[in-house]
Design a protein around this ligand. Structure first.
Ligand SMILES: [Zn+2]
Length: 319
């Protein structure tokens, strides 16, 4: 369970089928290692709701230290564009899924022996992965299943399947959301703790441009839902910037007042006091108007004087 949309949906689906889950994630030196901390949030959330799930992160950084994949910290820049583009081949990590699966198969055998129960290994592969990633294709999964079976005593207790291998990401998401409903948990909480982006910024926000972001955005659009995570350069981010900007000015300069009202985030955002001077007002206005996504929705930016003798203003931006 990586912290992405596919493996999270799969875990929800298996929980909704009544399984007890031992999930595994891998630190292989990926640039997007923010996923490793996000997955813990979902595990804690599911456990708080009483569901039987544990998670372990396995450190494989040494095993992948020579990787030249663009996903790896030692690799090239991550390409932007459609997931199916030829350029996306640089995101393949050498033999990744077979290495992961092999380790998990060992875990599953040990667990089956210890508990004397049957174990099913489920992989979060889906149809959108097939073009670029050979180790996500049905023939790879089927042959690996056979290889593991003939290579081990006790393998009759362990199955190795990929329930989503024939469906696209939109349908995977739909199954995840339906599973949340069945489990009585909030899908927005769950999916706000996931990330698909290969190239998030230092605040953990998705780029919205890499192949996996494009695919994720399409999946939510297909279901007519709004993705609950933050993307760089979106109205929410712009809005957040404006607030941060005002707050820092507030600290710097003293008292005045601003109201930023937004119907985009459903949050009525506070009155913050700060004094303005003309350059600041110009900068703030410019910033608001330059934000292409919200430009049309600003109905008023007003300036007024303060009660005391200082020059100042009240900026009201109705977004
Ligand atoms: Zn991205």
């Amino acid at each position: 369970m990586s912290g992405g949309l596919d493996s999270t949906s799969l875990a929800l689906y298996m929980l909704s089928q009544g399984y007890e889950i031992r999930a595994y994630g891998f630190n292989y030196g990926q640039k997007h290692d923010v996923e490793l901390s996000l997955v813990k949030k979902n595990i804690a959330y599911l456990q708080s709701k009483g569901y039987p799930i544990t998670h372990q992160t396995i450190d494989l950084r040494d095993a992948f230290s020579d990787s030249s994949s663009s996903l790896h910290k030692g690799g090239d820049t991550i390409p932007e564009g459609d997931y199916r583009d030829e350029t996306m081949k640089s995101t393949v990590v050498e033999n990744r899924n077979i290495i992961f699966s092999s380790i998990i198969y060992g875990k599953a055998l040990a667990w089956a022996n210890k508990t004397q129960s049957d174990v099913v290994i489920t992989l979060g592969l889906h149809a959108g992965d097939h073009t670029i990633y050979p180790d996500c294709r049905p023939e790879s999964q089927e042959m690996a299943r056979e290889l593991f079976r003939i290579s081990n005593w006790g393998s009759e207790r362990v199955d190795y399947i990929a329930p989503f291998i024939k469906i696209d990401k939109g349908t995977v998401l739909k199954k995840g959301i339906e599973s949340c409903e069945k489990l009585g948990i909030d899908w927005k909480v769950i999916y706000s703790n996931t990330i698909s982006c290969y190239n998030p910024d230092e605040l953990g926000r998705s780029c919205g441009k890499c192949g996996t972001c494009v695919e994720r955005i399409e999946a939510f659009e297909k279901l007519g839902l709004k993705d609950p995570i933050a993307y760089q350069d979106t109205p929410e981010v712009e809005h957040e910037f404006v607030l941060r900007f005002f707050n820092s000015k507030n600290e710097e300069m003293g008292t005045s007042e601003i109201l930023v009202k937004s119907n985009i985030t459903d949050k009525e955002v506070a009155f913050n006091t700060l004094p303005f001077c003309d350059p600041f007002v110009r900068e703030a206005k410019e910033r608001l108007y330059n934000s292409h996504s919200i430009r049309q929705e600003i109905v008023q930016v007003g300036v007024t004087g303060l009660a005391d003798d200082k020059f100042g203003c009240l900026l009201v931006a109705l977004i």
